[in-house]
Ligand binder design. Structure first.
Ligand code: ZN
Length: 340
């Protein structure tokens, strides 16, 4: 099928699960009630995607407070009690981050419950996302490894352990989120892709990497304003990604300053193009979504195009996110009619 639709990963959490409109929401439940509420929200996220015509559905990231820390919670060797302030994403923001103080090991499964629950309730292809090794290493302080790259590879091993288990759970697509690939461009070909290869080692399911310019929050919007008229960060990393063993690359398109011709550098990859802007509450029309797909068809073979969101929708209002999901599904269907 041409132009299958999917999302970058996250959807807004319902108010009964967590605080709304926040990137770092507090949970509204605790203990077993929280565990059950996460699964209920997962089921809701899957249903909303199905009804909107999304072909490759996600768990909506309902079970994690934040896309990086949702993974770190399950890792031993990390001190969460004594966080330190660190500039992350090349000092774009200051964040209070936990500290690695010993050898890293997984405490157990990370996303098993939500993956199995989603798997049990949908016949569609299922995608689960995890943070990529470079992004994890940029979101935590190190007091043990003494070397960021060494630490990133230690995280890659843990990500691989969970990814293999997710594949065994019946997950069809495993995606790693690497927003830092747009920040540390030289390090991507230097070691970032090798770390990703470690994370996907032994997987036979579809693998993807999501490289965006971040959620539509103020620090990101301010940063984007410094990037100039044309954003060419992708130009420096796509040739290396094209040679990588990752099958799919997810990136921003709509309302972005990325010159679309750069997408032709991703020869051989499935390209998940952002046709939904997560930085505005304006709802795209299906026609606008189809128009972005029309433009990308000039640079990417149509069989390799997947319609997606620019980034996660976690911090948005639910009504807005649901309307955008519908626009995504309808827009992909419209483009399919045109190009089918
Ligand atoms: Zn993103």
């Amino acid at each position: 099928m041409l132009f299958p639709a999917t999302i970058a990963g996250s959807l807004p959490k319902p108010a009964w699960l967590a605080e709304t409109d926040k990137l770092w929401p507090q949970w509204r439940q605790s203990g077993e009630a929280l565990a059950q509420a996460k699964l209920d929200a997962t089921l809701l996220a899957v249903k909303l995607q199905e009804d909107a015509g999304i072909d490759i559905v996600c768990d909506g990231e309902m079970s994690r407070q934040h896309f990086v820390h949702g993974f770190l919670e399950f890792v031993d060797g990390i001190d969460f009690a004594n966080k330190v302030e660190m500039g992350i994403r090349a000092d774009r923001y200051k964040a209070m981050v936990p500290v690695v103080r010993g050898a890293l090991t997984l405490k157990g499964r990370v996303h098993e419950r939500e993956a199995l629950h989603a798997r049990a309730h949908t016949a569609r292809k299922l995608k689960i996302t995890m943070p990529g090794p470079m992004t994890v290493a940029d979101t935590i302080a190190d007091a043990h490894y003494g070397d960021k790259i060494k630490m990133a590879f230690a995280f890659a091993d843990l990500l691989n352990q969970e990814a293999r288990a997710l594949q065994a759970d019946g997950v069809d697509v495993i995606q790693f989120d690497e927003p830092t690939f747009n920040v540390f461009m030289d390090e991507v070909s230097g070691w970032g892709i090798e770390a990703l290869h470690r994370a996907i080692d032994g997987l036979t399911c579809t693998t993807a990497v999501h490289i965006c310019y971040g959620y539509g929050i103020k620090a990101n919007i301010d940063w984007k304003n410094t990037l100039g008229v044309e954003w060419r960060q992708y130009e420096r990393i796509f040739p290396a990604l094209a040679k990588s063993r990752i099958k799919q690359v997810s990136l921003e398109c709509i309302n972005s300053h990325v010159p679309l011709k750069l997408l032709s550098l991703l020869d051989g990859k499935d390209v998940l193009i952002g046709v939904i802007d997560v930085a505005t509450d304006d709802i795209e029309t299906p026609e606008r979504v189809a128009q972005v797909i029309d433009e990308v068809v000039q640079f990417v073979p149509k069989e390799r195009i997947v319609a997606c969101t620019n980034c996660g929708m976690a911090p948005m209002r639910r009504t807005i996110a649901e309307a955008k999901l519908t626009a995504l599904g309808k827009g992909a269907a419209l483009a399919r009619e045109r190009w089918g």
